[in-house]
Write a protein that binds this ligand. Structure first.
Ligand code: GTP
Ligand code: MG
Length: 139
């Protein structure tokens, strides 16, 4: 896998707003290949495990409430330097601070409803991808 794979989720706000297609188009046109993809509705239990690192923080309950509010689209993406290039493509966590042209600037509603997730390390891409895909070794 060595740096060429990342994990993303089109979050429930973007799915609800019918932005899944436009977002995937930008991802493809930015040089990422979709290696696996599925639409899923996070249960509270799985969302809490996924975001375990944020447990106890002031925004945790709102984050879980939001991430379980509707279906999301989880995907494994491939590109050279995938982690860093994808974080750049999605932009700052807070859409108000995101650069023009980034996915969050274009599609996010707020700091919580921020349209898209991108893994922040190779280790986390594998850990997070494993929540949704069981055949990760094939990528
Ligand atoms: P993700 O790609 O979603 O992981 O975003 P990130 O890596 O840019 O942010 P991080 O992993 O630190 O936080 C995960 C999510 O928690 C973010 O996408 C935000 O929706 C939410 N979050 C993080 N920090 C704050 C905060 O200070 N306030 C609020 N309201 N939400 C936050
Ligand atoms: Mg993060």
């Amino acid at each position: 896998m060595s740096g060429n794979i990342t994990f993303t989720m089109v979050k429930p706000d973007a799915v609800r707003n019918n932005y899944t297609g436009p977002i995937l188009k930008i991802i493809n046109e930015s040089g990422f290949r979709i290696k696996a993809i599925k639409m899923v509705h996070f249960t509270r239990e799985r969302a809490e495990a996924f975001y375990g690192i944020h447990a106890g923080k002031f925004f945790f309950d709102g984050l879980i409430e939001f991430m379980t509010s509707g279906p999301l689209v989880a995907a494994i993406l491939e590109k050279e330097n995938a982690i860093n290039d994808f974080r750049e493509l999605i932009g700052n966590t807070n859409p108000e601070k995101a650069d023009a042209g980034t996915i969050r600037k274009l599609f996010a509603e707020s700091l919580t409803a921020n349209a898209i997730h991108g893994a922040d390390s190779d280790e986390n891409a594998i850990r997070e991808g494993s929540f949704f895909f069981s055949e990760l070794e094939q990528f």
